[in-house]
Design a protein around this ligand. Sequence first.
Ligand code: OFO
Length: 172
Amino acid sequence: MLSPRMEEALNKQINAELHSAYIYLAMAADLEEKNLPGASSWMKMQVQEELMHARKFFDYINERQGRVTLEAIEAPPGSWESILAIFEAAYKHEVYISGRINDLVELSREEKDNATYNFLQWFVSEQVEEESSTDAVVQKLKLVGDHGHGIFMVNQELGARVFTPPAAETGV
Ligand code: OFO
């Protein structure tokens, strides 16, 4: 059984993950507007990831006989200055989310909730990947600068990303 503090914090994380999905969906729309369909598609894959993260918290709360509480999702920004500004904001957001996951781990220790501590380890590793994948795009975009051809190539490359749900999510 979850402690009330742990349950509340996990519920807040569902909201944070859905908010992440909402931000990335707004970024996908802005990239579409900027005629960068490959980068927009990359962001849509990121939206899928975030929905999967929210679902993991949702399922975990239920599994621990907790009560899922859904709250309003804050509106994301509407547009960004450039594709670089978008990916820089995405990286910054992932660093923020990593901080939240670390706080949850800390709380699970305080509450002596080993099951939640174990559950959160998946997110600890996932955040390493989330920060690294967004930063990798930032670095590429910095390399190509304002060169249209370079941005065209990065856009093409980003379009190749596919979403692969983790094995546990596919039920196999
Ligand atoms: Fe859910 O990891 Fe990104 O925000």
